[in-house]
Design a binder for this molecule. Structure first.
Ligand code: PLP
Length: 451
């Protein structure tokens, strides 16, 4: 019995799967935050290259992956699919557990799957520099690597508290040639306004987004890049599920349930959308998104129009949201703290195609440690939410004495997140109550949009 199911480089997908034509119903429009009217491609052109704007709204089911992108994908793709024999044994479950491991990319997560094509489409568009933001540094490091591959300069606005407390991903970004700036900074109006009011501000992702967007919008040769949420990001990530499906077919397997952790929705979309296509054609497969109880966007949010960012500069989209000014507690799965969600994933949750479940962080670390002791790989704190979901599904199969095939996405490794494990082992980790009052408050600030 194989532990790893591998594909040759010639099996790197030649096309991404675009779920838009298979969605249950039309997409809601994306709304301009200033005019409150639907955005046009011209509105987006100061921020994104045309190639990506076209993909954002494309109705073409399969979209060719440029050869230049596939060449870089060869550095780590196809990603291995593992059968978790040892974890199954520890759990004593009749379930078969498979995981698609995306931590083998240079940045250590799934994020380069979209950073590489984003850099490519910018390069051919004539962009000279990318401006982007990062929280703990996963996206910033992926984009830095991608810019290095295509000869683009890269400016990363990094939330100041992470810049000071989590120096290793900052060093990765610098190694790949990026200019990393603690945010708020004095380089933008948005940053200067915050500093004037709060000179000691630790920053936030919302502020960093505002700085990066302003930088891109005010420099002709510069464009902005976002690592999750948007349709073209979900599109690029479908290489995960396309490969996984082929790998499972090699061992005559097909999942009963497909699981991913959910922050903005991109790795979940990546593993789940290619299976959603089968589901739309009548196949019996469950799709399960796992999120933290402290930022329960899909399970406790509302499906409404809301701003993409705290500063109300990003477009308004219809999505599950906790309110754009909701401030989640500082949990260790930093990549799962977004107030909103991918509009595509949101629509699928609303239509009952995708299920969502929230889990508390201690149980996730417990699952991560159990997984790592059995399988070796140390998971990213974000990925541990998917592991928790997979283990719970496997334990349920055991209780019911049922066979079941489980597939989950191990979105990244945790080797640059060991302070989070330190906190867990030293008993400093808390399970936050569901912040009902804060969510009720922030949900009262949604924009009034009706389309
Ligand atoms: C960023 C990140 C996530 C969350 O982002 P999604 O867009 O929801 O996938 C999950 N896992 C890892 C390892 C990450 O770096």
């Amino acid at each position: 019995m194989n532990t790893k199911i591998l594909l040759g480089e010639d099996r790197i997908p030649k096309q991404w799967y675009n779920i838009i034509p298979d969605m249950p119903g039309p997409l809601a429009p994306v709304i301009h935050p200033g005019t409150l009217q639907p955005v046009t491609p011209d509105d987006l052109l100061p921020l994104f290259p045309m190639g990506l704007i076209e993909q954002e709204v494309s109705s073409q089911r399969w979209i060719d992956i440029p050869d230049e992108v596939r060449e870089v994908y060869k550095l780590w793709r196809p990603a291995p699919l593992y059968r978790a024999h040892r974890l199954e044994k520890v759990l004593g479950t009749p379930a078969k557990i498979y995981y698609k491991y995306e931590g083998g990319s240079p940045a250590g997560s799934h994020k380069p799957n979209t950073a590489i094509p984003q850099a490519y489409y910018n390069k051919i568009f004539g962009t000279k520099r990318i401006a982007t933001e990062t929280g703990a540094g996963q996206w910033g490091s992926a984009m830095s690597f991608a810019c290095q591959m295509f000869g683009l300069a890269c400016t990363v606005y990094m939330v100041k508290v992470s810049f000071n407390q989590k120096p290793y991903r900052k060093s990765m970004m610098q190694l790949w040639g990026s200019n990393v700036i603690p945010s708020p900074s004095d380089r933008t109006n948005a940053g200067r306004a915050i500093l004037a009011q709060f000179p000691d501000s630790n920053g936030s992702l919302g502020i960093a987004i505002s700085e990066a967007v302003e930088d891109a919008a005010t420099h002709e040769d510069t464009r902005y890049a976002l690592g999750s949420v948007l349709n073209h990001v979900c599109l690029h990530q479908t290489v995960i599920g396309i490969e996984a499906k082929e790998q499972l077919a090699l061992v005559n397997a097909y999942p009963d349930v497909v699981i991913g952790c959910h922050g903005g929705g991109s790795n979940f979309a990546g593993i789940a959308f290619p299976f959603a296509a089968d589901k739309a054609n009548g196949k019996n497969v469950r799709l399960l998104a796992m999120e933290p109880t402290s930022c329960p966007t899909l399970t406790k949010g509302v499906y409404e129009f809301d701003y993409g960012d705290t500063a109300k500069m990003a477009p308004i989209a219809k999505m599950y949201t906790l309110g754009h000014d909701f401030m989640p507690p500082g949990i260790h799965a930093g990549g799962l703290r977004y107030h909103g969600a991918s509009p595509l994933v949101s629509q699928l949750v609303n239509a009952g195609v995708v299920e969502a479940r929230a889990v508390a962080q201690k149980g996730c670390f417990e699952a991560a440690v159990m997984f790592s002791c059995a399988e070796g790989i140390i998971p990213a704190p974000e990925s541990s939410h998917a592991i928790r979901g997979a283990i719970d599904e496997a334990l349920q199969a055991k209780e019911e004495g049922k066979e079941k095939t489980i597939l989950f996405c191990l979105s990244g490794h945790g080797q640059v997140d060991m302070t989070a494990y330190d906190a867990y082992f030293s008993g400093q980790l808390e399970d936050y109550e569901y912040p009902a009052e804060a969510i009720r408050e922030s949900l009262s600030h949604l924009p009034k949009v009706s389309f």
